[in-house]
Design a protein around this ligand. Structure first.
Ligand SMILES: [Zn+2]
Ligand SMILES: [Zn+2]
Length: 302
């Protein structure tokens, strides 16, 4: 059956759908599911290629997220009510995306990570990285076939976009953050143990989990923020010497920022991990869904 699905999807030639009423209707539905929390998605020439649930590796644990693949953007959000209501919308321009397949990892979730998946289920399989200049993360599909379909379709969209625009693929990508649970001690000094008081920080350059003293420098990473960001001492040295070599005026980036929070407010926050203030996540609801939902790439019906 999944083979049949793949064939059908491949037959969905974009120009056929571009002006179709069905496509417009589908996009309007996605837009309304996000409601006022989302951006307008109806743009001339935009096609909804497919959609489905994927497990996204967030800072603290894997979480189910609804993904929508359009021919020019990848949209994902938090599932509030399945197929009805989503929030925390993220839009990634596909032109900037590079995918990278991940090897299967049969690790089981530890207790603290289980909130969103049935216990004992190995979720780190059928995964790949979605890398962009400003943010990179891992997602996991329910089956190998679904992984292949997602990757093939995303890559096809990227190729088409780059061919049309004549642009080159973005070469520099943000680091994938090492999940908190994978670092009981600082990955830089290898000594500092993390506790409630001794908090974990992420180096914005390499994604490592590091302690405060090992990440007390800031460096300007223009692809990620207009303000200097937290980097580990190792990256700070590398970036500083690279900047000197390139005769760039990198000095001053650490001044005045040393003890300041990032532009993002709560530093090290993973936007997906932040509980929507004033509108708590419905954990029970998400739990129930996660038992039933599999990352199925639904076909956009013509
Ligand atoms: Zn350290
Ligand atoms: Zn680093």
């Amino acid at each position: 059956m999944e083979v049949a699905i793949a064939v059908v999807i491949q037959k969905c030639v974009f120009p056929v759908l571009v002006n179709s009423e069905a496509n417009t209707r589908r996009i309007a539905t996605v837009e309304s599911c996000f409601g006022s929390s989302g951006q307008p998605l109806e743009v001339p020439g935009r096609v909804l290629v497919g959609e489905g649930v994927l497990t996204k590796m967030c800072r603290k644990k894997p979480k189910t997220r609804q993904f929508f693949l359009f021919n020019d953007i990848l949209v994902y959000g938090n599932i509030v009510i399945n197929k009805k209501k989503y929030n925390k919308q993220h839009i990634i321009p596909l032109e900037e995306v590079k995918l990278e397949s991940l090897e299967d990892d049969n690790r089981k979730l530890c207790v603290s990570e289980r909130a969103f998946s049935p216990p004992g289920v190995a979720v780190f399989r059928n995964g790949w990285l979605i890398r962009t200049a400003s943010k990179s993360f891992a997602v996991y599909a329910a089956t190998a076939t679904e992984k292949q379909e997602w990757m093939a379709h995303i890559n096809k969209c990227i190729e088409d976009l780059l061919r049309k625009s004549g642009k080159k693929a973005v070469e520099e990508h943000a680091a994938v953050w090492v999940p908190d649970g994978e670092a009981p001690v600082c990955m830089h000094c290898k000594k500092s143990q993390f506790t409630l008081i001794n908090r974990r920080h992420h180096c914005r350059k390499c994604g490592a989990v590091v302690c405060g003293p090992c990440s007390n420098k800031r460096f300007l990473l223009p692809n990620q923020s207009s303000k200097p960001l937290r980097v580990c001492l190792h990256c700070y040295e590398a970036l500083t010497s690279a900047a000197k070599n390139h005769n760039l005026a990198a000095d001053g980036t650490q001044k005045g920022y040393r003890n300041n929070a990032d532009s993002s407010g709560e530093e090290d926050s993973d936007d997906d991990d932040e509980t929507n203030r004033g509108q708590p996540e419905s954990h029970d609801l998400v739990n129930i869904f996660s038992l039933f939902l599999i990352a199925r790439l639904a076909i956009v019906s013509l």
